[in-house]
Design a protein around this ligand. Structure first.
Ligand SMILES: Cc1cc2nc3c(=O)[nH]c(=O)nc-3n(C[C@H](O)[C@H](O)[C@H](O)COP(=O)(O)OP(=O)(O)OC[C@H]3O[C@@H](n4cnc5c(N)ncnc54)[C@H](O)[C@@H]3O)c2cc1C
Length: 307
Protein backbone atom coordinates (compact mmCIF):
# COMPACT_ATOMS: atom_id res chain seq x y z
CA UNK A 1 0.00 0.00 0.00
CA UNK A 2 1.12 3.56 -0.79
CA UNK A 3 2.31 5.59 2.17
CA UNK A 4 -0.58 7.37 3.88
CA UNK A 5 -0.20 11.11 4.44
CA UNK A 6 -3.08 11.44 6.87
CA UNK A 7 -4.90 8.83 8.92
CA UNK A 8 -8.32 10.06 10.00
CA UNK A 9 -10.05 8.24 12.83
CA UNK A 10 -13.79 8.99 12.65
CA UNK A 11 -15.66 9.28 9.36
CA UNK A 12 -18.62 11.46 10.30
CA UNK A 13 -19.08 15.22 9.88
CA UNK A 14 -15.64 16.41 11.05
CA UNK A 15 -13.64 13.51 9.59
CA UNK A 16 -15.32 13.53 6.16
CA UNK A 17 -15.01 17.29 5.87
CA UNK A 18 -11.26 17.06 6.58
CA UNK A 19 -10.94 14.18 4.12
CA UNK A 20 -12.59 16.19 1.35
CA UNK A 21 -10.21 19.13 1.86
CA UNK A 22 -7.20 16.81 2.00
CA UNK A 23 -8.36 14.84 -1.04
CA UNK A 24 -8.63 18.10 -2.95
CA UNK A 25 -5.11 18.91 -1.70
CA UNK A 26 -3.95 15.67 -3.39
CA UNK A 27 -3.17 13.96 -0.08
CA UNK A 28 -3.34 10.22 0.45
CA UNK A 29 -5.92 9.79 3.19
CA UNK A 30 -7.32 6.77 4.97
CA UNK A 31 -10.45 7.21 7.08
CA UNK A 32 -11.23 4.58 9.72
CA UNK A 33 -14.75 4.67 11.09
CA UNK A 34 -17.01 2.36 13.07
CA UNK A 35 -20.20 4.30 12.27
CA UNK A 36 -21.45 5.36 15.69
CA UNK A 37 -22.15 9.10 15.23
CA UNK A 38 -23.74 10.69 18.29
CA UNK A 39 -26.84 11.92 16.41
CA UNK A 40 -27.70 8.59 14.76
CA UNK A 41 -31.06 8.27 16.56
CA UNK A 42 -32.45 11.66 15.60
CA UNK A 43 -34.98 11.48 12.73
CA UNK A 44 -34.21 15.03 11.52
CA UNK A 45 -30.99 17.02 11.61
CA UNK A 46 -31.38 20.80 11.40
CA UNK A 47 -29.28 23.92 10.95
CA UNK A 48 -26.91 22.69 8.25
CA UNK A 49 -27.36 24.65 5.03
CA UNK A 50 -28.76 22.63 2.09
CA UNK A 51 -29.53 19.61 4.34
CA UNK A 52 -32.03 21.04 6.84
CA UNK A 53 -34.37 18.31 8.11
CA UNK A 54 -32.53 15.34 6.54
CA UNK A 55 -31.67 12.23 8.53
CA UNK A 56 -28.05 12.03 9.75
CA UNK A 57 -27.69 8.83 7.69
CA UNK A 58 -28.66 10.67 4.47
CA UNK A 59 -26.24 13.52 5.17
CA UNK A 60 -23.50 11.00 5.89
CA UNK A 61 -24.23 8.92 2.77
CA UNK A 62 -24.06 11.98 0.49
CA UNK A 63 -20.88 13.18 2.20
CA UNK A 64 -19.19 9.77 1.87
CA UNK A 65 -20.13 9.47 -1.80
CA UNK A 66 -18.70 12.92 -2.58
CA UNK A 67 -15.54 12.46 -0.50
CA UNK A 68 -14.75 9.05 -1.97
CA UNK A 69 -14.83 10.46 -5.51
CA UNK A 70 -11.31 11.71 -4.78
CA UNK A 71 -9.02 8.85 -5.77
CA UNK A 72 -6.48 9.44 -3.01
CA UNK A 73 -9.10 9.07 -0.26
CA UNK A 74 -10.21 5.69 1.09
CA UNK A 75 -12.49 4.63 3.93
CA UNK A 76 -12.42 1.42 5.96
CA UNK A 77 -15.09 0.33 8.42
CA UNK A 78 -13.08 -0.58 11.47
CA UNK A 79 -12.48 0.63 15.00
CA UNK A 80 -9.10 1.97 16.07
CA UNK A 81 -8.21 0.47 19.44
CA UNK A 82 -4.65 1.70 19.96
CA UNK A 83 -2.30 4.35 18.64
CA UNK A 84 1.30 5.36 19.18
CA UNK A 85 3.74 7.94 17.85
CA UNK A 86 6.47 6.28 15.78
CA UNK A 87 9.36 7.42 13.59
CA UNK A 88 7.86 9.58 10.81
CA UNK A 89 4.31 9.68 12.12
CA UNK A 90 1.76 7.53 13.89
CA UNK A 91 0.80 3.89 13.98
CA UNK A 92 -2.72 2.73 14.76
CA UNK A 93 -4.06 -0.75 15.45
CA UNK A 94 -7.62 -1.64 14.58
CA UNK A 95 -10.09 -4.06 16.15
CA UNK A 96 -9.58 -6.42 13.18
CA UNK A 97 -5.86 -6.45 13.91
CA UNK A 98 -4.63 -4.22 11.08
CA UNK A 99 -1.64 -2.01 11.83
CA UNK A 100 -1.58 1.19 9.78
CA UNK A 101 0.86 4.06 9.53
CA UNK A 102 0.29 7.71 8.62
CA UNK A 103 2.50 10.80 8.69
CA UNK A 104 -0.22 12.81 10.46
CA UNK A 105 -3.13 11.67 12.58
CA UNK A 106 -6.50 13.42 12.82
CA UNK A 107 -8.93 12.31 15.50
CA UNK A 108 -12.51 13.19 14.51
CA UNK A 109 -13.93 10.72 16.97
CA UNK A 110 -16.79 12.67 18.56
CA UNK A 111 -18.12 11.97 22.05
CA UNK A 112 -20.42 9.43 23.67
CA UNK A 113 -23.45 10.75 25.57
CA UNK A 114 -24.20 8.97 28.83
CA UNK A 115 -27.85 8.12 29.33
CA UNK A 116 -29.27 8.46 32.87
CA UNK A 117 -30.86 5.33 34.30
CA UNK A 118 -34.41 6.57 33.72
CA UNK A 119 -36.60 4.02 31.91
CA UNK A 120 -37.55 5.38 28.49
CA UNK A 121 -34.84 8.06 28.39
CA UNK A 122 -32.47 6.29 25.98
CA UNK A 123 -35.33 5.26 23.66
CA UNK A 124 -36.49 8.90 23.40
CA UNK A 125 -32.96 10.35 23.00
CA UNK A 126 -32.74 12.52 19.88
CA UNK A 127 -36.45 11.98 19.11
CA UNK A 128 -38.31 13.68 21.95
CA UNK A 129 -35.52 13.97 24.54
CA UNK A 130 -33.64 16.86 22.97
CA UNK A 131 -30.11 18.06 23.63
CA UNK A 132 -30.17 21.49 21.97
CA UNK A 133 -32.91 24.08 21.35
CA UNK A 134 -31.09 25.50 18.32
CA UNK A 135 -31.21 22.06 16.65
CA UNK A 136 -34.70 20.97 17.70
CA UNK A 137 -36.48 23.84 19.50
CA UNK A 138 -38.25 25.18 16.42
CA UNK A 139 -40.33 22.02 15.91
CA UNK A 140 -41.73 22.14 19.46
CA UNK A 141 -41.91 25.88 20.06
CA UNK A 142 -44.96 27.04 21.98
CA UNK A 143 -45.80 23.48 23.08
CA UNK A 144 -45.74 22.19 26.64
CA UNK A 145 -42.10 21.26 27.26
CA UNK A 146 -39.92 19.87 30.01
CA UNK A 147 -36.32 20.39 31.00
CA UNK A 148 -34.29 17.89 33.01
CA UNK A 149 -31.51 19.74 34.83
CA UNK A 150 -30.33 20.58 38.31
CA UNK A 151 -27.78 22.70 40.15
CA UNK A 152 -26.19 25.84 38.77
CA UNK A 153 -26.98 25.11 35.11
CA UNK A 154 -30.70 24.52 35.72
CA UNK A 155 -31.82 28.14 35.88
CA UNK A 156 -29.68 29.18 32.92
CA UNK A 157 -30.99 26.31 30.77
CA UNK A 158 -34.56 26.93 31.92
CA UNK A 159 -34.30 30.55 30.78
CA UNK A 160 -32.94 29.40 27.42
CA UNK A 161 -35.70 26.83 26.78
CA UNK A 162 -38.32 29.30 28.07
CA UNK A 163 -37.56 31.41 25.01
CA UNK A 164 -38.99 28.62 22.79
CA UNK A 165 -41.93 27.81 25.08
CA UNK A 166 -43.40 29.70 28.00
CA UNK A 167 -45.20 26.52 29.10
CA UNK A 168 -42.21 24.87 30.73
CA UNK A 169 -41.68 22.39 33.58
CA UNK A 170 -38.23 22.06 35.15
CA UNK A 171 -37.58 18.54 36.51
CA UNK A 172 -34.61 18.40 38.87
CA UNK A 173 -35.01 14.65 39.61
CA UNK A 174 -34.32 15.27 43.31
CA UNK A 175 -33.52 18.40 45.34
CA UNK A 176 -33.09 21.33 42.91
CA UNK A 177 -30.02 22.83 44.58
CA UNK A 178 -31.11 26.33 43.51
CA UNK A 179 -30.61 29.59 45.42
CA UNK A 180 -33.53 31.74 46.59
CA UNK A 181 -32.76 34.19 43.76
CA UNK A 182 -32.77 31.42 41.18
CA UNK A 183 -36.08 30.06 42.48
CA UNK A 184 -37.56 33.57 42.33
CA UNK A 185 -36.34 33.97 38.73
CA UNK A 186 -38.08 30.71 37.76
CA UNK A 187 -41.27 31.79 39.48
CA UNK A 188 -41.19 35.17 37.73
CA UNK A 189 -41.28 33.29 34.40
CA UNK A 190 -43.99 30.87 35.55
CA UNK A 191 -41.61 27.93 35.12
CA UNK A 192 -43.04 25.03 37.13
CA UNK A 193 -40.49 23.24 39.33
CA UNK A 194 -40.79 19.48 39.98
CA UNK A 195 -38.22 18.05 42.40
CA UNK A 196 -39.83 14.62 42.81
CA UNK A 197 -37.61 12.00 41.14
CA UNK A 198 -38.64 10.77 37.70
CA UNK A 199 -39.87 7.17 37.57
CA UNK A 200 -40.22 6.82 33.80
CA UNK A 201 -40.56 8.60 30.48
CA UNK A 202 -43.73 7.15 28.95
CA UNK A 203 -43.45 7.05 25.17
CA UNK A 204 -44.48 5.39 21.91
CA UNK A 205 -41.49 4.56 19.70
CA UNK A 206 -39.43 7.31 21.29
CA UNK A 207 -42.20 9.93 21.11
CA UNK A 208 -42.73 11.23 24.63
CA UNK A 209 -46.24 11.05 26.02
CA UNK A 210 -45.68 11.88 29.69
CA UNK A 211 -43.08 12.16 32.42
CA UNK A 212 -44.18 10.01 35.37
CA UNK A 213 -42.70 10.91 38.75
CA UNK A 214 -42.28 8.56 41.71
CA UNK A 215 -45.30 10.09 43.48
CA UNK A 216 -47.48 8.72 40.66
CA UNK A 217 -48.05 12.12 38.98
CA UNK A 218 -48.07 12.14 35.21
CA UNK A 219 -46.88 15.28 33.37
CA UNK A 220 -48.05 15.31 29.75
CA UNK A 221 -45.41 16.98 27.55
CA UNK A 222 -44.45 17.16 23.87
CA UNK A 223 -40.71 16.93 24.50
CA UNK A 224 -38.11 17.29 27.22
CA UNK A 225 -34.71 18.95 26.89
CA UNK A 226 -31.78 17.44 28.77
CA UNK A 227 -28.06 18.00 28.91
CA UNK A 228 -26.39 14.72 29.76
CA UNK A 229 -22.77 14.00 30.70
CA UNK A 230 -20.47 12.74 27.97
CA UNK A 231 -17.16 10.96 27.62
CA UNK A 232 -14.66 10.74 24.79
CA UNK A 233 -15.59 8.01 22.30
CA UNK A 234 -12.09 6.61 22.51
CA UNK A 235 -9.07 7.02 24.77
CA UNK A 236 -6.63 7.28 21.81
CA UNK A 237 -5.95 10.97 22.55
CA UNK A 238 -5.11 10.08 26.14
CA UNK A 239 -2.90 7.18 24.99
CA UNK A 240 -0.94 9.64 22.85
CA UNK A 241 -0.50 12.17 25.69
CA UNK A 242 -3.04 14.86 24.74
CA UNK A 243 -4.10 17.31 27.38
CA UNK A 244 -7.81 17.68 28.07
CA UNK A 245 -9.93 20.59 29.29
CA UNK A 246 -11.72 20.55 32.66
CA UNK A 247 -14.91 19.48 30.88
CA UNK A 248 -13.24 16.49 29.21
CA UNK A 249 -12.68 17.91 25.71
CA UNK A 250 -9.35 17.41 23.96
CA UNK A 251 -7.38 20.67 24.21
CA UNK A 252 -6.55 22.14 20.81
CA UNK A 253 -6.02 25.40 18.92
CA UNK A 254 -8.65 26.80 16.55
CA UNK A 255 -6.90 24.80 13.84
CA UNK A 256 -7.12 21.54 15.75
CA UNK A 257 -3.46 21.31 16.77
CA UNK A 258 -2.98 19.38 20.02
CA UNK A 259 0.02 19.43 22.33
CA UNK A 260 1.30 16.29 20.56
CA UNK A 261 3.22 17.23 17.37
CA UNK A 262 1.52 15.94 14.24
CA UNK A 263 -1.69 15.01 16.06
CA UNK A 264 -4.83 16.99 15.24
CA UNK A 265 -8.44 16.89 16.41
CA UNK A 266 -11.74 18.18 15.00
CA UNK A 267 -15.43 18.17 15.87
CA UNK A 268 -17.29 17.28 19.05
CA UNK A 269 -14.26 15.72 20.73
CA UNK A 270 -12.72 19.18 21.12
CA UNK A 271 -15.49 21.81 20.92
CA UNK A 272 -18.37 22.57 23.28
CA UNK A 273 -20.55 23.87 20.38
CA UNK A 274 -22.04 20.62 19.13
CA UNK A 275 -23.35 21.35 15.64
CA UNK A 276 -22.86 19.62 12.31
CA UNK A 277 -21.78 22.95 10.76
CA UNK A 278 -19.16 23.50 13.48
CA UNK A 279 -17.77 19.94 13.11
CA UNK A 280 -17.56 20.43 9.33
CA UNK A 281 -15.77 23.77 9.79
CA UNK A 282 -13.37 22.26 12.34
CA UNK A 283 -12.54 19.45 9.91
CA UNK A 284 -11.70 21.93 7.14
CA UNK A 285 -9.51 24.06 9.38
CA UNK A 286 -7.56 21.07 10.71
CA UNK A 287 -7.10 19.76 7.15
CA UNK A 288 -5.64 23.05 5.95
CA UNK A 289 -3.19 23.07 8.84
CA UNK A 290 -2.20 19.46 8.29
CA UNK A 291 -1.51 20.14 4.63
CA UNK A 292 0.51 23.21 5.62
CA UNK A 293 2.64 21.10 7.99
CA UNK A 294 3.22 18.44 5.36
CA UNK A 295 4.29 21.07 2.81
CA UNK A 296 6.65 22.61 5.36
CA UNK A 297 8.16 19.16 5.89
CA UNK A 298 8.67 18.86 2.12
CA UNK A 299 6.08 16.12 1.65
CA UNK A 300 4.59 16.72 -1.78
CA UNK A 301 1.90 14.82 -3.66
CA UNK A 302 2.90 11.99 -5.93
CA UNK A 303 -0.48 11.78 -7.62
CA UNK A 304 -0.46 11.41 -11.40
CA UNK A 305 -1.21 14.64 -13.29
CA UNK A 306 -4.91 15.17 -13.96
CA UNK A 307 -6.05 12.26 -11.77
C1 LIG B 1 -29.30 13.39 19.58
C2 LIG B 1 -28.51 14.44 18.85
C3 LIG B 1 -29.14 15.23 17.87
C4 LIG B 1 -28.41 16.20 17.20
N1 LIG B 1 -29.04 17.00 16.29
C5 LIG B 1 -28.34 17.94 15.63
C6 LIG B 1 -28.98 18.77 14.66
O1 LIG B 1 -30.19 18.67 14.41
N2 LIG B 1 -28.22 19.70 14.02
C7 LIG B 1 -26.88 19.87 14.27
O2 LIG B 1 -26.24 20.72 13.66
N3 LIG B 1 -26.26 19.08 15.20
C8 LIG B 1 -26.95 18.14 15.87
N4 LIG B 1 -26.31 17.36 16.80
C9 LIG B 1 -24.87 17.54 17.01
C10 LIG B 1 -24.10 16.84 15.88
O3 LIG B 1 -24.62 15.54 15.69
C11 LIG B 1 -22.62 16.75 16.23
O4 LIG B 1 -22.13 18.05 16.54
C12 LIG B 1 -21.82 16.15 15.07
O5 LIG B 1 -22.31 14.89 14.69
C13 LIG B 1 -20.32 16.05 15.43
O6 LIG B 1 -19.63 15.45 14.39
P1 LIG B 1 -18.28 14.63 14.70
O7 LIG B 1 -17.80 14.17 13.36
O8 LIG B 1 -17.38 15.45 15.54
O9 LIG B 1 -18.72 13.40 15.63
P2 LIG B 1 -19.77 12.22 15.37
O10 LIG B 1 -20.77 12.64 14.35
O11 LIG B 1 -20.28 11.80 16.69
O12 LIG B 1 -18.91 11.07 14.70
C14 LIG B 1 -17.78 10.49 15.30
C15 LIG B 1 -17.42 9.27 14.47
O13 LIG B 1 -16.16 8.76 14.93
C16 LIG B 1 -16.26 7.35 15.01
N5 LIG B 1 -15.27 6.85 15.96
C17 LIG B 1 -15.10 7.18 17.26
N6 LIG B 1 -14.08 6.49 17.80
C18 LIG B 1 -13.59 5.70 16.83
C19 LIG B 1 -12.57 4.72 16.77
N7 LIG B 1 -11.83 4.44 17.84
N8 LIG B 1 -12.33 4.08 15.61
C20 LIG B 1 -13.09 4.33 14.49
N9 LIG B 1 -14.09 5.25 14.50
C21 LIG B 1 -14.34 5.92 15.65
C22 LIG B 1 -17.70 7.11 15.47
O14 LIG B 1 -18.10 5.78 15.20
C23 LIG B 1 -18.43 8.14 14.62
O15 LIG B 1 -18.79 7.62 13.36
C24 LIG B 1 -27.03 16.38 17.49
C25 LIG B 1 -26.41 15.60 18.46
C26 LIG B 1 -27.13 14.65 19.15
C27 LIG B 1 -26.46 13.83 20.21
Amino acid sequence: MEEIDVLIVGGSNAGLSAAMMLGRALRRVLILDHNQPCNRQTPHSHNFLTRDGETPATISAIAREQVLRYPSVALQSDKVVAAQAVEGGFQVTTERGEVLHGRKLLLATGVKDEMPAIPGFAACWGISVLHCPYCHGYEVHGQKLGLLASGTMAEELANLIHYWSQDLVLFTNGPAGLTTEQLAALEARNIQLVETPIAELEHQNGRLEAVRTTDGASHVLSAIFARVPFQQHTDIAAQLGCTHTETGLIQATTFGETNVPGLFVAGDNSTPMRQVSVAVANGSMAAAFINRELMKEGVYSRMPVGN
